[in-house]
Write a protein that binds this ligand. Structure first.
Ligand code: NAP
Length: 267
């Protein structure tokens, strides 16, 4: 794998294996995103409710990377009309299409079949190339697929060795759904875990790099957020080492369903 490695979506398109998250990247968003794109990031994750869409759009429009080389992910909220919200997100971004539009989270009642139909319409209207979900359980993905005949291409969920789900990984593998790992660095809360630091040291890598590499080796695409330039650079340098089989198993076994957000939404 290399910084421009991609994973295949079940629609046939490829998606960059690593991206930049922008939640709370509200200070100098355009400068930070432009810096990331110049550094080699090709996927940016934002949302209608992050306050970062204007800056993300500004960076994408002004940086010297062709639009078709950038994979822009954004989200509609569960209380919104998905088709309308897709349009308003694009207006805020100042872009004519997204690469991937997600339902940010399932609504309180049901699986969001109406939202999913709205995103299918948005996709068919050319407002987004692919569509997916976030914070969805296996059952909720089955429900929207049963209602429409379409499985999401991506489920964006909280995912780290401390909190993940073998059942979700197996289901997504079988259905060709790609997992995007959010809070892949545990919001920096578990980076000093002794088990993690020990394996990282063996590879002369940092704990953050080990967490990202663990995702990539599971075929999962992490979207770490970093407001600091040096962190962004470090998080992209995860392609020159490989975690061995035994070490992968040791990392897998650290699973305690930990969530930096409070609980894993998809379990
Ligand atoms: N779909 C959803 O519901 C959902 C929910 C949460 C997050 N997300 C997406 O996922 C993205 C990532 O998740 P997140 O922001 O919650 O957390 P995260 O990426 O796990 O952690 C971000 C924190 O880690 C620090 N950090 C970054 N690189 C580091 C490094 N190499 N060494 C040490 N610390 C480092 C950052 O510091 P600095 O900023 O100081 O560099 C920041 O404090 C979000 O930005 C957002 O795009 C989606």
């Amino acid at each position: 794998m290399s910084p421009d490695s991609t994973f295949q979506l079940h629609t046939g398109r490829s998606m960059p294996a690593i991206g930049l998250g922008t939640w709370q990247l509200t200070e100098d968003t355009d400068g930070s995103v432009a810096d990331a794109l110049e550094m080699g990031y090709r996927m940016i994750d934002t949302s209608g409710d992050y306050g970062t869409q204007p800056g993300v759009g500004e960076a994408i429009r002004s940086v010297g990377v062709p639009r078709e080389d950038i994979f822009l992910v954004t989200k509609v909220e569960e209380h919104e009309d998905a088709l309308e919200a897709t349009g308003s997100n694009l207006r805020e971004l100042g872009l004519d299409h997204a690469d991937l539009m997600l339902i940010h989270r399932p609504p309180r009642d049901g699986a969001g079949e109406a939202l999913w139909k709205g995103l299918i319409e948005a996709r068919d209207d050319g407002l987004t190339v692919d569509i997916g979900v976030s914070n969805y359980s296996i059952e909720q993905m089955r429900t929207i697929a049963d209602a429409t005949g379409e499985m999401p291409v991506v489920n964006q969920i909280e995912w780290s060795p401390f909190g993940w789900s073998p059942e979700m990984l197996e289901f997504c593998d079988a259905e060709g759904i790609l997992i995007q790992a959010y809070s892949p660095l545990t919001r920096a809360r578990r980076l000093d875990d002794p088990g993690l630091t020990e394996i990282a040291a063996d590879h002369e890598a940092t704990p953050a790099q080990l967490l990202l590499r663990w995702n990539l080796q599971h075929g999962v695409a992490p979207i770490p957020k970093a407001s600091q330039h040096d962190h962004r650079q470090e998080n992209l340098e995860v392609f020159d080492f490989e975690i061995g089989g035994e070490e992968m198993r040791a990392l897998d076994e650290m699973n305690e369903h930990y969530s930096a957000l409070g609980s894993l939404a998809y379990i």
